[in-house]
Structure formats: C-alpha cells, structure tokens
Design a protein around this ligand. Structure first.
Ligand code: 5GP
Length: 119
C-alpha cells in the first residue's frame, strides 16, 4: 500500500488552505498555474484524490478519476487555445523522474516551442 504524505503543498491547495491560480476545477480534478512557470503556459493538472504519483494512480484510481484527467487536458488545451500549436504534457515520477511534490500532477507546457524532451 502506497503511503500518501498529507503535508505536501498540493494537498493544501485542494483543500483551499493554500492559494493557487485555478484555471479549471471540477469534482475530480484541479488545474492551476505553476508558481514557477517554465513556459508561457505552464499548468498543473492534478486529481483531487490522494495519489502519490502516476504509478499509484494507475493502480488505484477509478475509471471515472482516470477519465477526469483526460477531460482536464482537453479543458486546458481549449482554455489556452492550444489546439493548433500543441503543447507538452508530462508527469515526473519518483527519484529518477525528479518528482518534487508527492501528489500526482501533470505539467502542461505551451505557448511557445518547448525545448528538447530530455536534455
Ligand atoms: P515536480 O518536480 O514535482 O514534477 O513539479 C512540482 C511543480 O510544482 C514545480 O514545477 C513547482 O514550480 C510547482 N509548485 C511547487 N510549489 C507550488 C505552489 O505552492 N503553488 C504552485 N502553483 N505550484 C507549485
């Protein structure tokens, strides 16, 4: 069983105990601006459920929770008019993936040509 650390900042953002610039929200997900944007558009898409990382989510999330993530991608792509130019969506997992916040999140980068996939 995966242990979820409730002291992480995204846990507080979901509970509205900490502020975030929210661009879209529904029952299952929260989409908000990254505090240190690495592209003109840098949005974090997270489930509201307590999942540590993409592996935990892949094993333990319901189909509804999983679908909500894809719906979130579509919403953010539409909100920022990225349909034509595209964007990059990634999720860092664990030590080798250099994940810093232990609550699953997807980075969506857009608004300009994003750099090399791995440098
Ligand atoms: P990771 O390295 O875990 O994939 O990415 C964590 C991301 O969360 C980083 O891009 C970082 O800038 C962002 N971040 C960390 N703390 C906060 C915060 O308090 N608010 C927001 N909006 N983003 C944060």
């Amino acid at each position: 069983k995966v242990t979820y650390d409730k002291s992480n900042i995204f846990f507080k953002i979901i509970r509205k105990e900490s502020n975030a610039n929210i661009v879209y929200e529904n029952e299952h997900i929260l989409c908000f601006k990254d505090i240190f944007p690495k592209a003109p558009v840098h949005i974090l898409i997270i489930p509201k459920g307590h999942f540590k990382d993409i592996f935990d989510f892949s094993i333990n999330a319901t189909l509804e929770e999983k679908k909500a993530i894809y719906d979130g991608f579509a919403k953010v792509i539409k909100i920022f008019d990225l349909e034509l130019d595209g964007c990059r969506i990634i999720s860092n997992f664990g030590k080798h993936g250099r994940q810093e916040v232990p609550h699953l999140h997807f980075h969506l980068f857009g608004g300009e040509k994003i750099g090399k996939m791995v440098s």
